[in-house]
Design a protein around this ligand. Sequence first.
Ligand code: ADP
Ligand code: MG
Length: 313
Amino acid sequence: MAAKTLEDIPGVGPAIADKLREAGYTEIMNIAVAAPKDLAETCEIGEKKAMDIIEGAKLVADVGGFETGDTILQRRSSVTKLTTGSKALDELLGGGLESQAITEFFGEFGSCKTQVCFQLAVNATLPEDKGGLDSDVIMIDTENTFRPERIIQMANYLGLDPDATLKRIHIARAYNSQHQVLLVDKAMELAKDLKVRLLIVDSLTSHFRAEYLGRGALAERQQILNRHMHDLLSFATVNNAVIAVTNQVASKPDAFFGDPTKPIGGNIVGHTATFRIYLRKGKAGKRIARLIDSPNMPEGEAVFMVTEDGIKD
Ligand code: ADP
Ligand code: MG
């Protein structure tokens, strides 16, 4: 999306814009809500000038407006659901993964987060009357765990042409968190020419976890993650798309959040994801999914299986 730059703020030329960026004020909104004293100090400008810049930023910042309930109802009437392949899991979600929303799967290593992503990718290519979205799929792979062989197995089981299915799944490997963020812009471009109604980020948080170490880096990490989540949400809205993201639970206590069963990203990810599903291993290939924090569905659990053919009841 063609976003406004800092230079669009009245009174901000290239020199001040550089200083602002260096000081971490990379978004117009950050400046609009900044304290004049902080801005003056970090940019070595007078407080009066800082106040003018803040006022200017408020004018050009895209604060958004209000919509009436009927407009939202109309938009929600185009929401469709994507099947997971398991009836029990679909029911837990009220019929499948909703478009125009972000669904987060979190769980330990090996809890089948990636397997669920593969299945969703294959299912999205199905026609709508079979629980699909009749669309292409974009997958941002941060851990290099995409396996075409699994897609072939799952496509075969559903009677789909495996080659054709693979051709509809567009994978980009994200090398670091910045790259991951940029790939959402790329996805937005691709979705202009292609019908893309499923965007997967597997894993949403691994790069962030690895790159932003220590307490000092927490604020910055959360800020970038927040922007990333909002970019994903706008992809969902613009394309009436399902967004599925994964988040690995720390197997040992997380330095920031302590509790090992809590997904990283804390409140930022939690508040932006519409559905959060906690996955854990059960006995004999079974997996248990627990729905947490849904705006319109009760909390509950579903049991499903992961087999060579994919996700099943
Ligand atoms: P996560 O992404 O949560 O770390 P994965 O999605 O990679 O976990 O899950 C790995 C698990 O998926 C394996 O432990 C295995 O149980 C299951 N799995 C992977 N491939 C197959 C297959 N071909 N047949 C059956 N189960 C499989
Ligand atoms: Mg994985």
